[in-house]
Write a protein that binds this ligand. Structure first.
Ligand code: HEC
Length: 148
């Protein structure tokens, strides 16, 4: 009888241990995972991940999805030229951060690149840092009209 009680206690302890043991860490959501990976990306990598499918690997507006669009994606190497010779930093910041939207980008609330660049609060430095990296990369692509 005593032995049985001992056995029962041991089994109970084992079960309790299994229930309390820290299991695998909770799985990260795909969105959170994408955001975490994005934080380690350079401007060029962010561009290739989120913009190149439409705007093309070199920014010329000739990405693989461009053909399927009714509107031609803008040639991003000509942004400065189109904006009077000055790179439109504030405009691009607003487009990425969800302050302004383009229908071709899915509008403000559902940008085609997802929520990565939208700050969670006005003090969200991480989103702002990603936007800055991508803006600097786009600025580095600028070419004179007709120039390659
Ligand atoms: C689904 C395709 C698609 C993706 C992905 C996309 N764009 Fe665009 N983008 C377009 C199209 C189409 C236009 C032209 C829209 C128009 O003229 O109204 C455009 C226009 C622009 C413009 C010009 C805005 C202006 O002031 O005239 C900028 C800047 C731009 N995109 C930046 C980006 C950046 C940066 C990314 C990645 C974070 C990106 N786009 C991803 C399709 C796309």
């Amino acid at each position: 009888m005593r032995r049985l009680a001992c056995l029962c206690l041991a089994v109970a302890a084992l079960l309790l241990g299994a229930a309390l043991a820290p299991g695998a860490p909770p799985k990260e959501s795909p969105v959170a995972g994408a955001e975490r990976r994005s934080r380690a990306m350079s401007g060029r990598e962010l561009y290739v991940a989120y913009c190149a499918s439409c705007h093309g690997l070199e920014g010329l507006g000739d990405g693989p999805a461009a053909e399927a669009m009714r509107m031609r994606p803008t040639d991003l190497t000509q942004l400065s030229h189109r904006y009077g010779g000055r790179f439109p930093t504030a405009r691009v910041q607003r487009l990425l951060g969800g302050v302004e939207g383009l229908p071709a980008h899915g509008g403000k609330r559902m940008p085609v690149w997802g929520p990565v660049f939208i700050p969670l609060s006005p003090a969200d430095g991480q989103a702002a840092a990603l936007v800055d990296r991508l803006v600097h990369y786009l600025e580095s692509l600028q070419k004179p009209p007709g120039g390659r």
